[in-house]
Design a protein around this ligand. Structure first.
Ligand code: NAI
Length: 397
């Protein structure tokens, strides 16, 4: 069979193995010619390491100067009679192949990072492969659900405004179309549940778990990713349920910073730029802003993708020493928030509508990045190649 893109709404239901492999190689090539990371970590645990910022961290830390060994946890689908599997599944496989070629360890654990079983597997692996300790923990999970500990129930996040109904548009990637919608304000329960899923509680419980298992190396750092954005995004993000969860994450970074001070280490929330990822395309009414932002940042030659953000984070803002703002946040969104960038966004965004969003906004770039996340539309990939299910199943992460 040939592997074709299958997109439902804003979700990719197929992925191209050779495209994922090429995307990993392209990212490795990028970090290899970038400013190197100095005094970086050697043993890194990445929670959510198969796509987006987590995968980009992994590539940067192994190939961008630190030569780190990595252990990544992710929740991905392998090939089966139902489909070829997810891009993250293939990213894990091809990252590991490339890392092993240069003598770096790359261990993939696939399963639910919220479960006790996976925690135990992580600690066993750290003991067996990393001399019992890690120097950096990257917390990069993005999910809509979190199981309640010792229960069969789940918390579900609800991406909604708080206090007022929000009207706005979202883009449908499957049909290249624009849809206006109304989002009612979140209930108090939805606000709390979103905080449970996307806030800092699970990050803190992971660090506590690692401390209790004596797995924290001297000078160990931990980071998690956040977003603040300009005023025009605040109703859906910063002042909505997601923003409440992120504020909780920021507060958690301070609590964890105190805990890791005992190891001469630290904990930081890194505020990143808005980017197309599997998780971000899901945020209702957010895509028009991303279309305007991409147009503006590309015009001003300031556009970065996940890999550029992560290489810059590790080579300039976390190592050799953390660089923080007045609220102890690491700011990777300073180019997004530049006055010149936001001035251009403010000119484009109010004009966008269903007839012109592909011309005025950078829909082409937005969609290309989405396709590339799933291994499609990448140069030098043979999309005519035939695969058998057995052949795909023989690739193991
Ligand atoms: P992503 O969807 O590309 O990656 C999420 C990762 O989490 C994947 O590796 C996935 O397998 C893993 N995962 C999800 N549920 C899991 C589970 N139960 N167990 C194990 N692994 C699981 O997401 P992205 O965009 O890289 O998000 C990472 C973080 O960055 C999030 O906290 C997000 O809010 C933040 N962020 C994202 C921005 C964006 O524009 N994409 C901007 C600023 C922050």
């Amino acid at each position: 069979m040939k592997i074709e893109p299958i997109i439902k709404g804003v979700v990719a239901r197929s992925a191209h193995p050779a495209g994922c492999e090429q995307a990993i190689k392209n990212q490795i090539a990028f970090v290899s010619r970038s400013k190197m990371i100095t005094q970086g970590p050697k043993r890194v645990l990445i929670l959510g390491g198969s796509s987006g910022f987590g995968l980009a961290s992994r590539i940067a830390l192994t190939f961008g100067g630190a030569k780190a060994d990595t252990l990544a946890v992710s929740f991905e689908r392998g090939p089966s009679e139902k489909g070829v599997g997810s891009a993250g599944w293939y990213n894990n496989i091809y990252f590991k192949q490339q890392a092993n070629k240069v003598g770096s360890k790359a261990i993939n654990i696939i399963g639910d990072a919220f479960s006790e079983t996976i925690r135990q597997q992580v600690i066993d692996t750290i003991q067996q492969q990393f001399d019992g300790k890690v120097d950096l923990i990257v917390y990069s999970l993005a999910t809509g659900v979190r199981p309640k500990p010792n229960s069969d129930e789940m918390w579900h996040s609800a991406i909604k405004p708080i206090g007022e109904t929000l009207t706005g548009a979202s883009v449908n990637i499957e049909h290249d179309s624009w849809h206006e919608s109304e989002l009612p304000p979140a209930s108090d329960q939805e606000i709390l549940d979103t905080q449970k899923v996307m806030g800092g509680e699970d990050w803190e419980s992971w660090i506590d778990f690692l401390i209790n298992h004596d797995a924290i190396a001297p000078q160990c750092q931990t980071i998690a990713f956040s977003y603040i954005g300009p005023q025009c995004t605040h109703a859906i993000y910063h002042q909505g349920t997601l923003g409440r969860a992120k504020v909780d994450l920021h507060q958690t970074s301070h609590a964890l910073n105190l805990k890791l001070a005992a190891f001469n280490g630290g904990a930081y929330a890194c505020v990143c730029k808005a980017l197309v990822t599997k998780a971000s395309v899901f945020i209702p009414t957010f895509s028009p802003y991303v279309l305007a932002l991409y147009r503006s940042m590309k015009d001003q030659r300031l556009h970065e993708t996940c890999i550029e953000q992560m290489q810059r984070l590790f080579n300039s803002k976390l190592y050799p020493a953390p660089v923080v703002d007045g609220e102890r946040l690491i700011r990777m969104d300073e180019w997004e928030l530049k006055e010149s960038v936001q001035r251009q966004v403010a000119q484009i965004l109010p004009k966008l509508n269903e007839t012109n969003f592909k011309q005025l906004g950078d829909y082409q770039g937005f969609k290309a990045e989405f396709m590339q996340l799933n291994g499609f539309d990448i140069e030098d990939v043979d999309y005519e190649q035939e695969y058998s299910l057995n052949e795909l199943k023989s690739l193991t992460p």
